[in-house]
Design a binder for this molecule. Structure first.
Ligand code: SAH
Length: 249
């Protein structure tokens, strides 16, 4: 099941951190590493720090956008070292393990995939990137010194994934998504729906593109909390299509 947990590193600056991430993952039995526009990769420093986890680096996928990295994932989680502007559903790594176990083992997510996003060494993830996520995860730390090295953060998350998924130590988590047989919408379907929603809201002059405020983040947060399945997303898009036709009249 750990093969359905994807670690996504966004714009990593130091290749050594990519190597250390590969090692941290392999120690815990994870294998799916995706690199979004790394600064320097492949690189000998990555190789050196992987010390034996070279296979993870060899099979790592390098992509040009976060969208590509997340497209086939039904649960997307963003890591954050600090509080952000608009609050988002927040879990700790242990709760993330429990939710992932729920989703990967049962219900409509049983064939699904989890992605955990890790940010840039200097600046973390942008708000826009964090708004792609169902949940945010914060590793509890000394509040006066809360930022871990990115590979150290990957180590903690991977350990909790192993505890929950392999060692069976998942504490009771609420059902993730639906229990019926319709699969959960994946990130690509959700993002197409959000684009459609935004376009429609502009067409009907509910959303002012020159002054969007926090409307889309708030709507994203609302819809992501519901964890819609594929049919529900199609129904919403059908409604948007009709609304768009009226808006243009
Ligand atoms: N200065 C940046 C910190 C970047 S640390 C900021 O303020 O956002 C690089 C990455 O390591 C983060 O993007 C996150 O993916 C991970 N990370 C570091 N500390 C973390 C913590 N306490 N909880 C969760 N993730 C953390």
């Amino acid at each position: 099941m750990l093969d359905r947990v994807r670690i996504v590193l966004v714009n990593t600056t130091h290749p050594g951190n990519i190597g250390a991430t590969a090692r941290a993952m392999k120690n815990m039995g994870l294998s799916d590493l995706c690199l979004v526009e790394p600064k320097l990769f492949p690189h000998e420093e990555a190789q050196a720090r992987a010390s034996g986890a070279d296979d993870i680096l060899t099979t790592a996928r390098v992509v040009g956008s976060i969208e590509e990295a997340l497209a086939d994932c039904q649960l997307v989680v963003g890591t954050s070292a600090r509080e952000r502007h608009i609050p988002w559903p927040l879990v700790n790594p242990r709760e993330l393990g429990a939710i992932s176990a729920q989703m990967l083992q049962s219900g409509a997510g049983a064939k699904g995939r989890v992605a955990v996003l890790f940010g840039r060494e200097a600046s973390g993830l942008t708000n826009e990137e964090l708004h792609l996520c169902h949940k945010h995860v914060h590793i509890p730390t000394n509040p006066d010194f809360s930022s871990l090295n990115v590979a150290a953060a990957v180590q903690v998350i991977s350990y909790e994934m192993r505890m929950a998924l392999v060692e069976g130590q998942a504490a009771g988590a609420p059902q993730w998504g639906t229990q019926w047989d319709i699969e959960l919408a994946d990130n690509a379907e959700l993002e197409r729906m959000f684009e459609h929603l935004e376009r429609t809201l502009i067409d009907i002059e509910f959303l002012d593109p020159d002054n969007p405020r926090q409307l889309m983040p708030r709507l994203r947060r609302l819809i992501l909390r519901a964890v819609p399945d594929k049919v529900e997303v199609n129904v919403l898009r059908g409604i948007l299509k009709k609304v768009g036709l009226y808006g243009k009249r």
